[in-house]
Design a protein. Structure first.
Length: 152
């Protein structure tokens, strides 16, 4: 695989993947919801690019003393190339720079064992469950990672 770049997501990035969101990136937010997120001052999104083509994206919300990972999505044909891991590491780095942040939280489909293992590898712990969170069908595991430089 060619060199992977992780960059701040722009509206033009979103426009370039608009028609492929559902096809290439699974069941995901629609374009308008995503555009609203990009314009939210408490949200930050990144894109993963290979040869200037977007192959993944990820985002966070800042909420009081917690960063919430909203998504980490890799294009279907680029999975198993450590792109999700690279984006997760970038999101953790972004969260670690926030002074008042104590933790990073996310939800993951309880059936998505590869993602759960990835999050555990990066220090996330299972802390709860949301019943029928995804499409009113699948449970979500709530996972949290404490900020590494937090004083104890």
């Amino acid at each position: 695989m060619d060199k992977l770049e992780i960059l701040k997501m722009t509206i033009s990035d979103l426009d370039s993947i608009k028609d492929s969101l559902l096809l290439d990136f699974d069941d995901f937010w629609n374009y308008n919801t995503f555009k609203t997120e990009l314009l939210n001052p408490n949200s930050k999104y990144i894109v993963a690019k290979v040869n200037k083509k977007i192959v993944g994206f990820a985002g966070i919300w800042k909420a009081v003393d917690d960063i919430h990972i909203t998504n980490i999505v890799t294009a279907k044909k680029f999975r198993k190339h450590h792109i999700g891991s690279t984006m997760l590491l970038k999101l953790i780095e972004m969260a670690e720079t926030e002074k008042e942040i104590n933790s990073i939280t996310l939800e993951v489909n309880a059936n998505n064992e590869p993602a759960i293992k990835l999050y555990e590898k990066f220090g996330f712990k299972k802390v709860g469950l949301r019943k029928k969170y995804y499409n009113n069908t699948y449970d979500a595991i709530i996972m949290t990672r404490r900020k590494t430089n937090e004083k104890k």
